[in-house]
Design a protein around this ligand. Sequence first.
Ligand code: AMP
Length: 387
Amino acid sequence: MNDIMNEKIKGKHTVIKPGATIGILGGGQLGRMIALAGREMGYRFATLDPVEDAPSAQVSDRQITAVYTDEAGVRELARISDVITYEFENVDARVAAVLEEEAFVPQGSELLRMTQNRIREKSTLASHGIPVAPFRIISSEQEAEQAIDELGLPAVMKTATGGYDGKGQRVIRRAEEAATAFIALQEFQTEIIIEQFIPFTKEISVIAARSLSGEIRTFPAAENIHKENILHLSIVPARISSFLAEKAADLAETIADKLDVTGLIAVEMFVTKNEELVVNELAPRPHNSGHYTMDACVTSQFEQHVRAICNLPLGSTRLLTPVVMVNILGEHLDPLMEQVANLPDSVKLHLYGKKESKPKRKMGHLNVAAESVDDALKIIDKIGIWK
Ligand code: AMP
C-alpha cells in the first residue's frame, strides 16, 4: 500500500475504482479467472505464487514469485496492491496478519481462520442455528468408538484441516473400522472429527456474494455430481423443487450475513429425502461449482467477487440458460484436444494454462448451454471422454 493514512480510513464506504491494482494471493485457476474478469472492468492485477508463469500470473500485470509464507514477498504484494484477495483458504495465519496490517484486505482474516478448520466452521454454523451433520471431536481410538455409539453408523471420519477432494476422509460402515481409520488419519497430524453420514438425495451448492457495504446476492443453486470425490458436473438449474431452491438461497444469504462475509462464500449442502438441507462445507472464495456462471449468468462469480471486494454494486445473478459445467481433468485433456475442432457451438471451453497435465488435476472446464439440462447432459455424453 502506498499511502498509510489513506489505508486507515478504508472501510465499508471505500470504493476501489477501476484502474486500481488488485493483488491475489495464489496463482491458480481461480485467481486467473478473477483476473480475467477484473481486467475487463479495467482493474490491474498482481499475483503472488511460487511457480513462475502460474495460471493467474499469465493474465496479471505483475507476478511476485515467492512461496505464500515468504514475508518479503507478501509485503511486496501489499505494497503494490490497492486491495488484496486470495484464491485459496489455507492462507497462513501469520501471512494473513501481515496483509491485514499492511494492506487493504476487505475479506479480513476471520473467515479464513474459521473455514480453515472443520471444527470451527461447524461449531460457528451450529451456533447461528444453521443445520450441520452432528459431529464429535475425537483424540483416541476409544473416543472414536464412543462417538460411533452416539452418532450411529455409517459415519464419516475427517481431518479438521487440510483435506480436499476427499483426501483426509474415511467412511466408517462397521464399528471395527473406526480404529484403523483413526490411525490412518493420524498421518495428517491434525485434529480429527467423526460426523453422522447424511443419506443425501442430492448435493447442491449456492454461492452468495456480499459487498463491503453489505449488499447480498446469491447465484442459482448448482446440483453437483462428484466422481472419486472430485467435482465432475454442476447442473443448473439444479433438479430440485423451487421451494428447496429458495430455501437454499435463503440459507446461503443468512450465512453470508451472519458471518459478516465480504466477497464470495460458497455453501455446499446435502439435500435429504425430506427436503431438508444440511450444510457440509464453506469456501470463502470463488468455487468450482460456480464456473457455470461465466457463460450462463448475467454476471459471473468472478466479476461478482471483484465487485464485492471493490464495493461496486453487485451484478444481476439471473440465469440466462440451462447449463451443465463439466470439469476437464488431466486424463481428459488429450482426448478433448483430439475433437476440439468439432465441439458443438454451444460448448464453451475454458483452459487454465497449467504447464503440466497430471491425472485428476483440474486443467479446465466446459460450460455446455442448451434448451434443457437434459440436452446439455446429452451433448456431454456425446463428447464421450468422461466414461
Ligand atoms: P468434504 O470433503 O466434506 O467436502 O466431503 C467430500 C464428499 O464426501 C462430499 O461431497 C460428500 O459426497 C461426501 N460426504 C462428506 N461428508 C459426508 C456426510 N456427513 N454424509 C454423507 N456424505 C458425506
